[in-house]
Design a protein around this ligand. Structure first.
Ligand SMILES: Nc1nc2c(ncn2[C@@H]2O[C@H](COP(=O)(O)OP(=O)(O)OP(=O)(O)O)[C@@H](O)[C@H]2O)c(=O)[nH]1
Ligand SMILES: [Mg+2]
Length: 452
């Protein structure tokens, strides 16, 4: 994958569209533009130039707009030509074929971004963030990718590495002049710093548990006794009339899914058949599905009609209702509350709802959003969420630092501690890509699409 080759790929999705973008990257980019645009069209760097693209035989292909970036001021660090043509797949195909005839080869998946990384324009966390940004499906996933792309994790790694290098310098001075004592264990001493950095690294590694939530979203199971208002809740949360609502108990037999609107995360709500202790064969089959949904969900919304006596819920449901992942919706708050509710499931947080219409929808969404963050089921707007690969390296670095700290306990084995510090620095380097591991890079960039 020499950067001396000139590569070409479409950056816009396949299919018909108003416009399509083709990128050419490498030493031939400028010359190709000049030749294909003919008639002495002068391309000014980073300025849009309109012209007719003619193929190697001089045949016009399309009227295009070209922008040329010269090394090193392009995204990839190489000369890059970006062509905007009309979005007809035949035209795009002809333009790409013509680029082949002019010496380009088709880019591999992620190759533009890989070039940006290899030329030092971005670090590895930023390269990964580009893929995250493109695939993000919720506001929070977008903002997390944006922060990684802005280099926040890279800056943190640089900060940790600086502090570690300073600590290492102190340890090395001690190795060279062992007659001098190590600084006392105050906040500037190496032992204190090693432990402090290790705990910061572990803290950030821990945020990776939210990665799946950002990528795949949350699943909420709506459960409760028949007629409690579960289907009404699904409709309110999804802003639709997805589920049938009726005063007849036992309306919902199967489970139904709908996306929850208005929250910064991808959330799917699942309405289920009402649960009670007895029931017909069909009802029981429905209830078994409800329980499956309750077990599989990230969070449970237990809907209860508080205008009648508290329901007798099956024990299989009660064991699913861990307070950490359950919220009780005391529904039908427009009606008088049955006195026995004071003692019903007191360990589960409850909020009052009226689901007859959309009047509580906004409040309910914001309460849910807040609860997910408070209970650490979802990341908050200000949380930096690291990826699994970053978390692995952070954990290994933290472990090395803890080991280093252990070596500093009397009798101090300063050399061993210094070795562990260097190891931790290597792990931190892996995060931003200060490594020489072609196979890892191949794997990482292969998950990109072509043209990125
Ligand atoms: N007064 C009042 N009625 C409500 C409220 N929420 C729902 N209902 C009514 O309660 C009845 C049952 O509502 P559903 O949403 O169908 O209840 P469900 O829990 O899905 O019922 P099943 O599918 O039968 O288990 C309907 O007549 C709703 O209009 C509320 O907040 N107040
Ligand atoms: Mg229902």
């Amino acid at each position: 994958m020499s950067s001396l080759e000139t590569i070409v790929a479409t950056s816009t999705p396949a299919g018909r569209s108003a416009l399509a973008i083709i990128r050419i990257d490498g030493p031939l980019a400028g010359e190709i533009a000049q030749k294909a645009l003919h008639r002495k069209t002068i391309l000014t760097e980073r300025k849009a130039t309109m012209g007719i693209w003619r193929d190697v035989h001089g045949e016009p292909v399309d009227q295009i707009v070209a922008v040329l970036w010269r090394t090193p001021q392009s995204f990839t660090g190489q000369d890059t030509l970006e062509i905007t043509c009309h979005g007809n797949p035949l035209l795009v195909h002809r333009l790409i074929e013509d680029c082949f005839a002019r010496g380009c080869r088709l880019a591999e998946p992620g190759e533009f971004t890989r070039r940006a990384f290899l030329s030092g324009k971005i670090d590895l966390t930023q390269a990964e963030a580009i893929a995250d940004l493109i695939h993000a499906q919720s506001e929070r996933a977008l903002s997390s990718a944006r922060r990684l792309l802005a280099g926040e994790l890279g800056k943190l790694v640089a900060h940790w590495s600086d502090r570690l290098l300073q600590t290492l310098a102190v340890l090395e001075a001690h190795i060279d002049f062992p007659e001098e004592d190590l600084p006392p264990e105050d906040p500037s001493g190496p032992l204190f710093l090693l432990n402090q950095i290790a705990s910061e690294l572990s803290g950030y590694a821990d945020t990776a548990r939210h990665e799946v939530t950002l990528k795949e979203g949350l699943r909420l199971a709506i459960v409760g006794a028949p007629n409690a208002g579960k289907s009404s809740l699904l409709n309110v949360l999804s802003g639709s009339s997805r589920a049938l609502v009726s005063e007849e108990a036992g309306t919902t037999r199967d489970y139904l899914e709908a996306p929850v609107l208005g929250l910064p995360l991808t959330i799917t709500a699942v309405d289920t058949a009402g649960l009670r202790e007895e029931g017909s064969v069909l009802e029981k089959a429905g209830m078994a599905r409800s329980l499956e949904q309750a077990r599989a969900a990230h969070f449970i919304l237990l809907v209860v009609d508080t205008s009648v006596a508290p329901p007798a819920l099956p024990s299989e449901l009660l064991i699913c209702l861990q307070p950490q992942r359950t919220l009780l919706l005391a529904n039908k708050s427009d009606l008088p509350v049955h006195p026995d509710f004071a003692k019903f499931l007191p360990e589960i947080q409850r909020i009052q709802t009226c689901l007859l219409d959309n009047r509580d929808a906004e409040k309910l969404r914001s309460q849910l959003g807040q609860i997910f963050v408070e209970r650490e089921i979802a990341p908050g707007a200000d949380d930096l969420v690291v990826g699994t690969r970053h978390a692995e390296a952070l954990k290994q670095a933290a472990e090395a630092l803890k080991q280093a700290a252990r070596h500093l306990h009397p009798p101090a084995q300063t050399e061993l501690a210094a070795t562990q510090c260097r190891l931790a620095l290597d792990f931190l380097g892996e995060i931003i890509g200060r490594i020489d591991n072609e196979r890892m890079l191949d794997k990482l960039f292969a998950s990109f699409c072509i043209g990125k």
